[in-house]
Write a protein that binds this ligand. Structure first.
Ligand code: ADP
Length: 409
């Protein structure tokens, strides 16, 4: 089964075409600056990537270009649209409605729309992707895979905020988490690498990319996570501040004369590594500057590692121990220096990084010493594969029911 995985952002549209049974990537690409001037479309596997300048006034136009590139020219991956068996859409906010991925129908679309109140940019963008695919491929089944679903198992003591209870009742204000598809994937893979059943493990998973989050997964069940009502909470990130004293928000608004959207922008786009270093949101640049003696870059680097370390400590306490800590995404997978700083001083907790293994490159691997009580593992994340697999499972199960005559198409 070929699944087109679609990740629509407010001005971008990322996609991959995956053959699920063969676990084979057939094509991938991204349309950027959708709806503004200077839009472009990158398509093709890495060694065969083409960058195509193209006007895209909206997501419908972007999706039409994606289909052209899949069907024709040097980037061709399939002969006809019939070779796309299903489409999997990444949706950020599934709220209380979705504790797993769902076959898209009118009701699911209405709920994604309703939940846009909690994630305005993201859910509206996903809907644009869904509508564009519906127009161009009306008969292809589609599945929504939610970033939040994996965290629907959190107990109330973890997902509630200590605000007046009516805030929860009236506005659904609670922790939903994000990056759930990544945490679910790396937890599953970690169990394979450790050769132990997932439901017998206590794991802490750290997704450290531009956005950063950590999760506590107790016997296969997510029990806590660092992102909150929105992906702004928790760890310090590339441009997001993560958890700060909430009283700072009205203080800044008052003293800097900022509106709610301006203070939101300050915390989401101008903070984190970028805000502290004044150099970049990219950890590589911050690291280079810190090594050349840039004090604020060094401070940003120190704060980032400290932020991860503190969440590891919290989650050990939450679960009463941990068997393995999993590192993933751009920083977690690639930055040996950051990993060294995160794990330094944790030896009394039975967490011992192997300096040599930490330096080596590779795919999925353990980087703790042989006698470390707690294992440290690197698992490259693959959210697209997870979306493709969920889509496959749901669409396949539905087709079996239709074949058995217990459901209509
Ligand atoms: P996104 O959340 O955009 O998917 P990624 O998972 O690609 O982000 O992670 C991007 C981050 O990973 C950037 O801060 C980048 O500097 C960092 N990164 C990637 N490779 C390295 C590396 N070799 N050393 C240090 N940081 C790296």
């Amino acid at each position: 089964m070929n699944v087109l995985v679609v990740n629509a952002g407010s001005s971008s549209l990322k996609y991959q075409l995956v053959n699920v049974e063969q676990q084979k990537l057939l094509a991938k690409g991204i349309c950027e600056r959708v709806g503004s001037s200077g839009a472009f479309h990158k398509h093709g596997l890495d060694e065969n990537e083409h960058v195509l300048d193209a006007e895209m006034k909206d997501h419908d136009a972007a999706m039409a270009l994606v289909i052209d590139a899949l069907l024709d020219g040097p980037t061709k991956a399939i002969d006809s649209l019939d070779e796309i068996d299903a489409i999997g859409h990444r949706v950020v906010q599934g709220g209380k409605y979705f504790d797993k991925s769902a076959l898209i129908d009118d009701d699911v679309i209405a709920k994604i729309d309703e939940l846009a109140e909690l994630a305005p940019l993201h859910n509206k963008a996903a809907l644009m992707g869904i509508h564009a695919c519906q127009k161009l491929m009306p008969n292809v089944p589609m599945v929504a895979v939610f970033d939040t679903s994996f965290f629907q198992t959190l107990p109330p003591k973890a997902y509630m905020y200590p605000l007046p209870y009516e805030m929860y009742e009236k506005h659904s204000i609670r922790k939903y988490g994000a990056h759930g598809t990544s945490h679910r994937y790396v937890a599953e893979r970690a169990a394979v690498v450790l050769n132990e059943p997932l439901d017998e493990l206590k794991l802490i998973t750290c997704h450290l990319g531009n956005g950063c989050s950590a999760s506590a997964i107790d016997h296969g069940v997510a029990v806590d996570t660092s992102m909150g009502l929105t992906p702004l909470d928790g760890l310090m990130m590339g441009t997001r501040c993560g958890a700060i004293d909430p009283a700072i928000v009205p203080f800044i608004m008052e003293h800097e004369g900022l509106s709610t959207s301006e203070v939101n922008e300050l915390m989401n786009k101008k903070s984190g590594l970028l805000g502290i270093s004044g150099i970049s949101n990219d950890l590589r640049s911050v690291k280079d500057a810190s090594e050349q003696g840039h004090e604020r870059a060094q401070l940003a680097y120190d704060m980032y590692s400290n932020s991860v370390k503190k969440y590891i400590g919290q989650y050990i306490a939450v679960m009463g121990g941990v068997d393995a800590i999993v590192m993933t995404a751009g920083v977690g997978e690639n930055c040996e220096k950051m990993r060294r700083m995160i794990f330094s001083g944790l030896q009394p907790l039975g967490i011992v990084l192997d300096e040599e293994k930490n330096r080596q490159r590779g795919f999925e691997r353990e980087i703790s010493t042989d006698d470390s009580k707690v294992k440290i593992i690197i698992i490259p994340t693959n959210e697209e594969y997870m979306i493709a697999r969920d889509t496959y499972e749901i669409v396949y199960a539905k087709s079996q029911l239709i074949e058995a005559g217990s459901e209509t198409a």
